[in-house]
Design a protein around this ligand. Sequence first.
Ligand SMILES: *[C@@H]1O[C@H](CO)[C@@H](O)[C@H](O)[C@H]1NC(C)=O
Ligand SMILES: *[C@@H]1O[C@H](CO)[C@@H](O)[C@H](O)[C@H]1NC(C)=O
Ligand SMILES: *[C@@H]1O[C@H](CO)[C@@H](O)[C@H](O)[C@H]1NC(C)=O
Ligand SMILES: *[C@@H]1O[C@H](CO)[C@@H](O)[C@H](O)[C@H]1NC(C)=O
Ligand SMILES: *[C@@H]1O[C@H](CO)[C@@H](O)[C@H](O)[C@H]1NC(C)=O
Ligand SMILES: *[C@@H]1O[C@H](CO)[C@@H](O)[C@H](O)[C@H]1NC(C)=O
Ligand SMILES: *[C@@H]1O[C@H](CO)[C@@H](O)[C@H](O)[C@H]1NC(C)=O
Ligand SMILES: *[C@@H]1O[C@H](CO)[C@@H](O)[C@H](O)[C@H]1NC(C)=O
Ligand SMILES: *[C@@H]1O[C@H](CO)[C@@H](O)[C@H](O)[C@H]1NC(C)=O
Ligand SMILES: *[C@@H]1O[C@H](CO)[C@@H](O)[C@H](O)[C@H]1NC(C)=O
Ligand SMILES: *[C@@H]1O[C@H](CO)[C@@H](O)[C@H](O)[C@H]1NC(C)=O
Ligand SMILES: *[C@@H]1O[C@H](CO)[C@@H](O)[C@H](O)[C@H]1NC(C)=O
Length: 783
Amino acid sequence: SSSSHTHPNHTVTSCIASERSALLGFKAGLSDPAYLLSSWKGDECCKWKGVHCSTRNSHVVKLDLQGHGCDLNSDAWTQVLGGNISSSLLGLRHLQYLDLSCNGFYGVQVPEFLGSLHKLRYIDLSSLSFIGRIPPQLGNLSNLQYLNLNSEYFNTTYSMDITWLSQLTSLVHLDLSGTNLTTIVHWLPVVNMLPSLKVLHLINCNLRTSSASLQLSNLTFLETLDLSANGFHTHIARNWFWDLTSLKYLYISSNGFYGQLPDEIGNMTSIVKLDLSSNNLFGMIPSNLKNICSLEEFFVHETNINGSITKFFQRLPSCSWNKLTYLSLASSNLTGRLPTKLEPLNNLIYLDISRNKLIGPMPLWIGELTKLTYLDLGYNSLDGFIHEGHLSGLESLEWLWLSDNSLTLTVNSTWVPPSSLTNIELRSCLLGPKFPPWLRWLTSLDNLDISNTSISDKLVFLDLAHNHFVGTLPTWIREKLPQLAFLRLRSNMFCGHIPEELTKLVRLQYLDLAYNNITGSIPKSIVNCKGMIATRDNYDDGGDASHRAFGFNDEWEHGPNELVTYTENFTVVTKGQERLYTGEVIYMVNLDLSCNNIIGDIPKDISALVKLKSLNLSWNIFSGKIPENIGALAQVESLDLSHNRLSGEIPASLSALTSLSRLNLSYNNLTGEVPSGDQLRTLEDPEYIYVGNPGLCGPPLSHKCPQPEPIPSTPKHHGDLNDVASFFIAMGSGYVMGIWVVFCTFLFKRKWTVYWYSVCDSLYDRVYVQVVLTWASWTREKD
Ligand SMILES: *[C@@H]1O[C@H](CO)[C@@H](O)[C@H](O)[C@H]1NC(C)=O
Ligand SMILES: *[C@@H]1O[C@H](CO)[C@@H](O)[C@H](O)[C@H]1NC(C)=O
Ligand SMILES: *[C@@H]1O[C@H](CO)[C@@H](O)[C@H](O)[C@H]1NC(C)=O
Ligand SMILES: *[C@@H]1O[C@H](CO)[C@@H](O)[C@H](O)[C@H]1NC(C)=O
Ligand SMILES: *[C@@H]1O[C@H](CO)[C@@H](O)[C@H](O)[C@H]1NC(C)=O
Ligand SMILES: *[C@@H]1O[C@H](CO)[C@@H](O)[C@H](O)[C@H]1NC(C)=O
Ligand SMILES: *[C@@H]1O[C@H](CO)[C@@H](O)[C@H](O)[C@H]1NC(C)=O
Ligand SMILES: *[C@@H]1O[C@H](CO)[C@@H](O)[C@H](O)[C@H]1NC(C)=O
Ligand SMILES: *[C@@H]1O[C@H](CO)[C@@H](O)[C@H](O)[C@H]1NC(C)=O
Ligand SMILES: *[C@@H]1O[C@H](CO)[C@@H](O)[C@H](O)[C@H]1NC(C)=O
Ligand SMILES: *[C@@H]1O[C@H](CO)[C@@H](O)[C@H](O)[C@H]1NC(C)=O
Ligand SMILES: *[C@@H]1O[C@H](CO)[C@@H](O)[C@H](O)[C@H]1NC(C)=O
């Protein structure tokens, strides 16, 4: 064809026109919201995504359109094809390989016509939520070597007659997981007709019959047998699969098998992965298990082993200890103490001995498992101390679950935990009385449960920024952490509204919720909160005009003053820049809600938060006007309202902000004249401050105002303190104003944070507050 001549490589195959039409017909039946098939245009169908042609005769031989629906990544499942599987595929008569797995063909049946594509060797239609009957026509595909119709998570397909399978004598890999085969009694003789079979997955197929033995077995090549989650309810010892002593992978969990763990296991001398869990089995593992030197993964959880853990480890084949990666012994009635010495389990990745009856201390060898990512010893009766030596070698640890033991964590204050940790549950262990400083070092926590750990410190400070927390903002904080002054949840994936409970925290001084997915509007109660802080000037100079205007109550006057002497250098994020501040933390006051999806007006009383030094509401969806009395925020140094939908004029009171050094109102819909004022004139980058508001005019902008109109009600050129005070008085004094003093982003270089904790520890020993921080249970409530 002419198109191939234009191409430098003359061996490039060109597309056969009828097959191109077949592909386009197939595409026409699909829905493709993510444009995965955008390359499917033009003549050269052999170059289309997922299409492979024979270099010999140009026929389409392979169609590989696996979707992303099986990825755990949350957006990935939208990267899928759906719709119908058109019979125009029949035009691809030379097709050998078809992979449509992990797409979204909801409610579609496995197409019967596939049985006519006689050259097919490979079919992967797994994870597709197909429904209905598996077509017996597939039995005509005598070349088929690989058939994967796994729908184990959907369980919406069925077959009432599988004799067609016995014709597929070339089959090497068969996966019918999730297919309802409940009516089929004699499934095993059918499978036994497949002498090439290496892999057989029949997970969750509603199979109920098994067979005691398999005489003259054809299944001599079988390596993988997965019969998990059926319902055999037979005695474990008399089962056909024990004859397949060359099996490498045997999974028979959740089948209602009963009886003692059989000696037959010991004859499976090639076994690599063995899952016997969640049946009704009992007894110690058999002594002939020592013959199994290839064992890598061993799952016997929910087995009533009812013996000592020491004996269990003795019977674990020592010749395979350096191969073991997974060991799952949860809920197995194991008793006694963990052995104090053990051959090294150098490659162990996963160790779960939770929910047994173990007593005594956690042995030091656990701390030497450098590859361990998952450790669960929860729900035992372990006691004693855990110190650095138990944990420091766990370089790869992601999950540490020790809940509901009587363990005492005595790591010293300088200890740094493995940075890989993402899940920690230490419920009811002894951690206190001080809040464990090492938690500061963890930056990717998904789950943290340190409830009932006898912490009687005051967290005052909670910094969980830059983690992966999801769900709505915690409402329990007020109840559980009533003394919280600093709350930093920046850069997580929180969604939903800002709960009113947060605004009721009596000491909240610092709130940073930036870079989440928070929606709704700012609760009005934000200005009623009693979040006041005794900054030095409250006491020393008798309060400024705004304090007097509202009159602090007694509670306030007798409020805590522990912070007053604290002085430290710290870095602050303002306008995206990290700045080092030298001075007292208590003067830093900040509210940062930037980069969320918050809607509605900026509450007009936000100006009550007179201690704010930095207010960042940028990159939200705020609309309406900038509150007239914004100028009452007399201490604001940085004000960022950019990238919202604010409209109307810039309030003249803005020029009263004498402390202002950074202002950003860009990318809104503000109109009218830019207020003049001494302070505003001193600001740098005047163009940048107002850019993206085409309706603004007047200096410093080059755009002249058409008709400067005087605004009688709000005279310009405010600037002195009396005017500021008048704003407050105008707001009335009917309620006790809570200055919501929010400490500025003294942001937390890790080094500094740790220092901060130790300072808190020494300062706050008068009042004790129970600390219960149960992120796990909170997220579960959400579900
Ligand atoms: C042409 O393509 C074939 C197959 O992709 C490749 O092996 C060969 O090196 C290419 N020849 C040239 C000249 O690029
Ligand atoms: C396939 O096999 C069935 C019987 O299993 C038969 O009825 C049918 O005609 C065969 N051919 C095709 C193209 O389906
Ligand atoms: C399996 O099929 C049987 C009858 O064919 C039906 O009674 C049963 O509910 C099905 N099971 C599932 C899990 O769909
Ligand atoms: C073994 O497989 C062959 C080919 O499918 C079949 O003819 C034979 O009956 C099978 N043997 C048994 C014991 O099932
Ligand atoms: C284990 O295999 C040997 C030899 O094949 C056999 O004699 C013995 O009966 C088998 N034991 C069990 C428990 O199946
Ligand atoms: C543990 O063993 C005891 C007998 O010692 C038995 O009563 C109990 O049911 C067993 N628990 C489990 C979970 O198997
Ligand atoms: C569990 O072990 C105890 C003591 O060894 C024994 O008395 C009891 O019968 C065992 N229970 C089972 C279910 O094996
Ligand atoms: C804390 O533990 C480390 C080892 O992790 C040790 O080097 C240091 O001396 C300990 N400090 C104190 C005060 O015990
Ligand atoms: C709290 O932990 C103690 C042991 O430290 C335990 O006895 C108690 O039952 C636990 N309380 C709760 C509610 O879990
Ligand atoms: C943000 O929240 C909205 C509504 O709750 C949701 O539809 C959206 O997917 C979320 N976005 C992200 C990135 O999580
Ligand atoms: C704080 O910064 C100043 C100026 O950089 C420096 O002189 C002082 O030593 C610092 N104080 C502390 C405690 O680091
Ligand atoms: C800007 O505000 C004016 C009213 O002041 C309104 O008519 C217009 O729709 C707004 N534009 C946008 C993009 O919101």
